[in-house]
Design a binder for this molecule. Structure first.
Ligand code: NAP
Length: 279
C-alpha cells in the first residue's frame, strides 16, 4: 500500500491519478477526506497519533509537506511515524537548491532537515528537488483575465520551471520501483524562463498580448505585509525573488528525461493544457 500525503494538492493529486491508472493500491492522506473521492485517511502532520493511524499497513509513503513555517517539523514528524510503522520506503518532495544555505528566510533551507531524516531513516528513499512549478502561474490568472499586467519582482531572472505533471510522473516511478532508491534528483523543465518570457508564452497561447510590470522588492514587501501575510513568509518570498532576479535559479537538469525517457514538458505545454484558467 502506498500512502500519498499532500494528496489534495498540486503534486499529490497528480500522483494519485497516475497510481490509480497503473492499478496501484494507494491511500490519500488529507485533513479533510470529504475533499476526495479517492480512498482517503484523515491525518494531520501536527498530530502524531493521526500519522500512526494513516501509516498502518503502508509499505511506501510519498512525503509532501506544505509551504509554511511548520514544514521542517512536519517533515520530521512523518519520517518518525513511518519509522514507528515499519514503512519500507519514503519518497520526499523537496525543493531545488536544498542545503545550499541555512538561512531560515531562504526556502532552500526548509527541506534540509527533512532530507537528512529521510536519508538517515534506514528506509529505502528517493528525494525529488523540483524547480518552480509551472502551476505557480495560476496566481496570475485573475490578473491575466482582467487584461492587467502581471506583477514581476524577479526582473529578467529565469528559472527551470517544471511542469507539476512531470514531478508527479517521476514520483510515481520512484514510488513503484527500486531503480531510483538512494537517488536525489533535481527536476526542471527543458528551458530557463523568466516571468516576462512566461507572459509572452501566455500571450502566444491566448492569442493576445500579456505584459508584465516591474514591482520593486520593497513595494512588494509592504504590499504583502499590508495584506496580512506572515512576516517570515514575506521575507522568504523576498529572499527568493532577489535570488531569482540575480540569476541564482538559472540552472537545468537532465533528471526528468533520465527517469522518464522523454524530454520534460515546456511551460507552453502547461499553458496550453490550462488555458481555460486564463480566459
Ligand atoms: N510551488 C513550487 O514552485 C515548488 C517548487 C519546489 C518545491 N515545492 C515544494 O512542493 C511542496 C508543495 O507541493 P504542492 O504545491 O503540491 O502542495 P499544495 O498544492 O500547496 O498542497 C498542500 C498539501 O498539503 C496538505 N497539508 C497542508 N497542511 C497539512 C497538515 N498540517 N497535515 C497534513 N496535510 C497537510 C494539504 O492537504 P489538506 O489541506 O487536504 O489536508 C495539501 O494536500 C512544498 O513542500 C514545496 O516546498 C514547491
Amino acid at each position: 500500500m502506498i500512502l500519498v500525503t499532500g494528496a489534495t494538492g498540486t503534486i499529490g493529486s497528480e500522483v494519485l491519478r497516475r497510481l490509480a491508472a497503473r492499478g496501484e493500491q494507494a491511500l490519500a492522506m488529507t485533513r479533510d477526506p470529504a475533499k476526495l473521492s479517492a480512498r482517503a485517511v484523515k491525518a494531520d502532520f501536527a498530530d502524531p497519533a493521526s500519522l500512526d493511524r494513516a501509516l498502518e499497513g503502508v509499505d511506501t509513503v510519498l512525503s509532501l509537506t506544505a509551504f509554511g513555517r511548520e514544514l521542517p517539523e512536519h517533515d520530521l514528524a512523518l519520517v518518525a511515524a513511518a519509522g514507528r510503522a515499519g514503512t519500507k520506503k519514503i519518497v520526499k518532495i523537496s525543493a531545488i537548491g536544498t542545503g545550499e544555505t541555512d538561512d531560515e528566510k531562504d526556502i532552500r533551507s526548509w527541506h534540509h532537515h527533512g532530507e537528512r531524516a529521510v536519508r538517515d531513516s534506514g528506509m529505502a528513499w528517493t528525494i525529488l528537488r523540483p524547480a518552480g512549478f509551472a502551476g505557480n502561474a495560476l496566481m496570475w490568472a485573475d490578473t491575466v483575465r482582467a487584461g492587467e499586467p502581471i506583477p514581476n519582482t524577479t526582473g529578467s531572472g529565469g528559472q527551470g520551471v517544471v511542469d507539476p505533471r512531470d514531478v508527479a510522473e517521476v514520483a510515481v516511478e520512484a514510488l513503484t520501483g527500486g531503480a531510483h532508491d538512494g537517488m536525489t534528483y533535481e527536476l526542471t523543465g527543458p528551458e530557463v524562463i523568466s516571468v516576462p518570457e512566461q507572459a509572452r508564452v501566455l500571450g502566444q497561447v491566448l492569442g493576445r498580448e500579456v505584459t508584465t510590470v516591474e514591482i520593486p522588492l520593497e513595494a512588494a514587501r509592504q504590499g504583502m505585509l499590508a495584506s496580512g501575510a506572515e512576516p517570515l513568509l514575506v521575507e522568504v518570498a523576498m529572499t527568493g525573488a532577489a535570488f531569482v532576479a540575480a540569476g541564482g535559479a538559472e540552472r537545468l537538469s537532465g533528471d526528468v528525461a533520465a527517469v522518464l525517457g522523454r524530454a520534460p514538458r515546456r511551460f507552453a505545454d502547461w499553458v496550453r493544457d490550462h488555458r481555460a484558467a486564463f480566459e
